[in-house]
Design a protein around this ligand. Structure first.
Ligand code: SAM
Length: 385
């Protein structure tokens, strides 16, 4: 049986994604003026994605703590580490505990798990064909099996739970994050077998992924990431692209926000909240200017400048009554970020949020949150295509 459309059930997260889009009416563009400055020319026709959909020192490889498939158990999703308050990606109502970069937000595992089903449903499956083709060729090169996959900013391991069973043959995953608590969950939650039953092992690397260079990726068959790019700066994305291309390593970088959100029914305040939220995503924090909705265009440019073939596909969340808990949590974070960015919205935003949460609880709200998935295929050194 094909595994397309299926996701490992071992994490207890619902994978149902039968949200009708028929009743979702795209309201006015909620993007900020900067969204419209997204460089259209970075996308080629073969991307099949309209521009509307887009809106130091080297790392040291720490000793990796390898887990065999049989050692794995389901992560304990119910336990909330002290000090974390359910954050939205863009609005970490965070505990700013030291997890590497000073002031870096921590992501609550509860939030990452809440979104996992919507993420799985949203991922662009048609990027898998060309990726599998490349990996199958790579696996024929002596010494390249098992395939070494690095999941950057893995969080609790959502990407691995989705991707392991969709890739061919034995795999060795290295899970990268700066948060050891999330890494521990990711390591134990990775499926132990590929689609063909061959073994998959997991190890972790704690550290700042923006320090990875080409030499660190030597021998890596695939770099992957999910919900990461928009948290980075242009220089960091450029460095990541440089490292991947230098190592001739394909990259599957998924679920980057594009700044476009559509709520149905529409509300007069949607556009103002959306624009303020996008400005918040592009904020400067701790000396870093985050890319937010500009991440995909930035990454496309960075890979293509280095000669990589790049494909981009839309990967929207489609949130309806079946995902009311996620929708409510997303709404709270979306509005909070908008108000943090534009405090003058506060009074109206309170009323707005109340109306939206009420509609959500009553099953009367549908939301489409646009994201994009990117596949970069650099020229292969051995000539494999
Ligand atoms: C939005 S979460 C996504 C987690 C996971 N990929 C998923 O899709 O559920 C972003 C993750 O990237 C990690 N992260 C962000 N910037 C990082 C950096 N510079 N170095 C290491 N990890 C980073 C965070 O700790 C967090 O786990």
């Amino acid at each position: 049986m094909s595994t397309e459309g299926l996701v490992s059930q071992d994490d207890g997260v619902s994978r149902e994604s039968r949200v009708s889009t028929g009743d979702i009416v795209a309201p006015e563009d909620a993007a900020s003026p900067r969204d419209h400055a997204t460089p259209d020319h970075a996308m080629s026709p073969e991307d099949h994605l309209s521009t509307d959909d887009l809106a130091g020192p080297k790392s040291r490889v720490a000793p990796e703590d390898t887990v065999s498939p049989q050692d794995r158990a389901n992560p304990d999703h119910a336990t909330s580490p002290a000090g974390r308050v359910s954050p939205n990606d863009a609005v970490p109502r965070e505990a700013k505990a030291p997890v590497g970069t000073p002031g870096a937000p921590r992501f609550a595992p509860e939030w990452l798990l809440l979104r996992e089903g919507a993420d799985a449903a949203a991922r662009a499956k048609d990027l898998l064909g060309p990726l599998r083709h490349r990996l199958t060729a790579a696996a024929r090169v002596p010494g390249r099996r098992p395939l070494l996959v690095r999941d950057l900013g893995c969080g609790t391991g959502s990407m691995g739970r989705w991707l392991v069973g969709r890739l061919p043959g034995p795999q060795r995953w290295v899970l990268h994050d700066r948060d050891p608590v999330l890494l521990a969950r990711a390591r134990t939650g990775l499926p132990g077998a590929a689609a063909d039953g061959t073994p998959v092992t997991a190890s972790t690397h704690t550290g700042d992924l923006t320090r990875l260079r080409g030499a660190d990726l030597a021998g890596t068959a695939l770099v992957t990431a999910s919900a990461l790019l928009d948290l980075l700066t242009a220089d960091e994305v450029d460095g990541l692209a440089a490292a991947c291309v230098a190592a001739a390593c394909p990259a599957l970088l998924t679920l980057s926000v594009t700044g476009r959100v559509a709520l149905s029914p529409a509300d007069p305040l949607d556009a103002a909240i959306g624009a303020a939220f996008n400005a918040h995503q592009r904020r400067a924090t701790a000396g870093r200017r985050l890319l937010g909705p500009d991440a995909v265009a930035s990454a496309v440019g960075a890979f293509r400048r280095r000669g990589a073939e790049v494909r981009v596909r839309p990967s929207p969340w489609r949130l309806g009554p079946e995902r009311a808990a996620l929708t409510a949590e997303w709404l709270v974070g979306w509005v909070a970020a908008a108000v943090e960015q534009c405090p003058e919205l506060a009074g109206r935003a309170d009323d707005y949020l109340g109306r939206r949460l009420e509609a959500c609880a009553a099953g009367g709200l549908a939301v489409v949150v646009q994201h994009a998935d990117l596949l970069s295929l650099p020229a292969a050194p051995g000539g494999e295509t």
